[in-house]
Write a protein that binds this ligand. Structure first.
Ligand code: KG4
Ligand code: ZN
Length: 341
């Protein structure tokens, strides 16, 4: 299906990244800037909400200016302004939203509020402007969303249409990576730290539990986290030298096993044509390799720069909302919790 051309400027500030992007026609990325606060929060071992919102205030204007400059455009050249409305930290969201409202008011361009989770899914449509456009994901599409705050399976039957099949009953996959990293004494954020530590580890050394939750499309990672904790306590009694690489690799293998197999079985059950994996955890190399190694379904996984939080994905989702007639007023409010469907 062909949609009309439109250039979207988007702002994302739901957590600890202040981001802006300009995207054409829902797919071609002209410019994307991400100002990460990761180093600031690392010393607290997690995101410190009040510090995050103050940092967004400092970054948001330069980030928008830099993005427009990189795209060689002015605000007059864009057709609409998209902004993350939720879910996320209220104090962080409000900074991006106020910036977007100001830009909309000053330029007369329409404002489009976007669900952050919907944004993650739309990262699967984006390519760098100037490159040959890759094939678009095909519907019905089985979409696995794995981020720091969410883990869910959605069946996308067409643009903007989601059927949530299941989600985590406790920790999100990214949250499990972050918590296990902390108990292994690794740095924040835990996902990349575990991936690195697991590099030369043996994924079969520890047989950590997999919560299959048969008959459902839900996930659970808290039992796995506790199993790693118990193993660490047992090992600590024997030696001060923990086999961090093997623990990290075995934990990662358990997460990947569940995410891959539950997604494949849902894709079969709902006759999905293809699979999409998105969200911060989709940056995980073991997870990417596992999905790409199977040949039952074509799999779309965004490039690494679009897996973790960014504004290009908000612009992509904003485009499909905008060309479908969706517009918001300046009274648009934040939605700190806002399920996709
Ligand atoms: O999507 P995202 O940037 O923010 C949320 O919307 O939550 O996801 C952040 C999560 C964090 O939990 C982080 O540890 C995880 O994604 N993550 C990874 C990797 N890179 C980021 N998890 C596993 N392996 C990675 N390479
Ligand atoms: Zn996110």
């Amino acid at each position: 299906m062909n949609f009309p051309p439109a250039r979207i400027l988007a702002i994302e500030s739901s957590c600890d990244e202040t981001a802006c992007a300009v995207l054409e026609d829902g797919r071609a990325l002209l410019a994307s800037t991400v100002a990460s606060q990761m180093d600031i929060h690392a010393r607290f071992g997690g995101v410190f909400p009040e510090v995050a919102s103050r940092q967004h205030v400092l970054s948001v204007v330069p980030v928008v200016e830099q993005t427009l400059a990189n795209a060689h455009l002015t605000l007059g050249d864009v057709d609409a302004i998209a902004v993350t409305r939720g879910p996320g930290l209220a104090g962080s969201l409000v900074v991006g939203m106020n910036m977007a409202k100001g830009l909309s008011l000053g330029s007369g361009k329409p404002l489009v509020g976007v669900n952050h989770l919907e944004g993650h899914l739309y990262s699967g449509w984006i390519y760098q402007a100037g490159d040959t456009p890759p094939a678009e994901p095909k519907f019905p599409l089985m979409a696995l969303l794995v981020s720091g705050g969410h883990t869910e399976l959605n069946l996308m039957t067409r643009h903007l249409k989601y059927q949530r099949l299941g989600s985590t009953l406790d920790d999100a996959a990214g949250e499990a990576f972050d918590k296990v990293a902390r108990l292994l004494g690794l740095s924040y954020p835990g996902g990349p730290a575990i991936q690195q530590a697991a590099g030369d580890g043996n994924p079969e050394r520890f047989n950590f539990p997999r919560a299959w939750l048969d008959g459902t499309h839900n996930f659970s990672f808290s039992g796995l986290k506790t199993a790693v904790l118990r193993e660490v306590r047992t090992l600590e009694k024997k030696s001060n030298d923990l086999p961090i690489a093997d623990l990290a690799a075995s934990f990662q293998a358990a997460v990947v096993d569940v995410l891959l197999n539950k997604t494949l079985s849902a894709a079969r059950e709902f006759n999905a044509k293809e699979i999409l994996v998105a969200g911060g955890v989709s940056a995980n190399e073991a997870l990417r390799n596992a999905f790409l190694a199977q040949d039952e379904f074509a799999v779309h996984i965004p490039p690494l720069s679009l897996c973790t939080d960014n504004a290009a994905m908000i612009a992509a989702a904003g485009y499909y909302r905008f060309v479908n007639g969706h517009q918001d007023g300046l009274d648009l409010d934040v939605m700190p919790t806002w399920p996709l469907s």
